[in-house]
Design a protein around this ligand. Structure first.
Ligand code: G
Ligand code: G
Ligand code: MN
Ligand code: NA
Length: 263
């Protein structure tokens, strides 16, 4: 309860932050193709709380996860507008969505409204979410597949792309992959970690890349920490990579410089 109250206050005071982790294409020169927005909550004592700690709290607290999710969308819209004003080319911006946000009808419309608040210019666009990707976990499909499909179609119609986050760690069947409008699979870092030393993990990652491609989707590997993993992922035909081997999550200021450097 205490954390919940403090989180509500922090959102109201804009005391949360977003950091941005680069995503690079597995092509010559490893070009920057995306930035994943990740929440951080700086504390008075100088420490920083991870969303792994406070997102579950928000999910248990009535409408708080929606308030938090809409804050993130607004902030991403504001940041995108700032980068554009600086003349920087903005790659695909990925935003994590909590499965719990899908429990309430009208998620897509709420997200659209939050983006329009952050960047009023997008309110007039017919594709206001062009250049935005939403990352959802497999559990979204488990809750109400029909509604998930409707909301995802709605986000797609607004120009957004959709990725399955933490692919391979959920409990859902593969049938949703066939029916849902999904652009790419993000292979969970649990499979990437021992990729170079564990034949089973290598088989799983390779099969996930193949599955994505056979279904006309892209594959992104998360948690890429070393060059050996990167080489294997390249050999497997993985489309994009994210992880400490490429870059850590960057503050907005660091991301400015990163965008300049790769522009
Ligand atoms: O950045 P870190 O490794 O601490 O992230 C921990 C978890 O929090 C990850 O599963 C990540 O997807 C999730 N997360 C990060 N940012 C957001 C966000 O803006 N919204 C939601 N719902 N989850 C987020
Ligand atoms: O669940 P999701 O994939 O959204 O989680 C993203 C989180 O993974 C981020 O919070 C980020 O801090 C973390 N992360 C990103 N790259 C790496 C990496 O190379 N190794 C590890 N261990 N964590 C990473
Ligand atoms: Mn993610
Ligand atoms: Na993930």
């Amino acid at each position: 309860i205490e954390l919940e109250g403090r989180l509500r206050e922090a959102i109201g005071a804009d005391a949360l932050e977003l950091v941005f982790q680069p995503i690079h294409a597995v092509r010559p020169g490893l070009p920057l193709v995306g930035l994943e927005a990740l929440l951080r909550w700086p504390q008075a004592d100088g420490s920083v709380l991870s969303p792994g700690v406070f997102v579950p709290v928000a999910e248990q607290a009535g409408d708080l996860i929606e308030v938090l999710g809409e804050w993130v969308c607004r902030r991403v819209a504001i940041q995108r507008q700032q980068w554009r004003r600086q003349g920087l080319g903005v790659p695909l911006l990925s935003v994590n969505l909590s499965a719990r946000q899908f429990d309430r009808a009208g998620v897509a419309e709420r997200i659209r409204a939050a983006f329009a608040q952050g960047d009023p210019a997008t309110a007039e666009s017919s594709l206001p979410l062009l250049g935005i990707e939403f990352e959802i976990t497999e559990s979204v499909m488990m809750r109400d597949a029909q509604r998930a499909e409707t909301e995802l179609q709605c986000l797609r119609a607004l120009g957004a792309r959709v990725a399955i986050d933490d692919f391979g760690t959920g409990y859902s069947s593969l049938t949703y992959l066939k029916h849902l409008p999904i652009d790419r699979l993000k292979i969970d870092r649990a499979f990437v970690r021992d990729l170079a030393d564990d034949d089973d993990d290598a088989a799983i990652v390779s099969a996930a890349v193949e599955l994505a491609h056979r279904l006309g989707r892209e594959a992104v590997a998360e948690g890429v920490e070393c060059v050996r993993q990167l080489r294997l992922l390249h050999a497997m035909g993985c489309d994009a990579v994210q992880g400490y081997a490429l870059a850590r999550p960057l503050s907005a200021l660091q991301a400015d410089a990163y965008l300049r450097g790769s522009g």
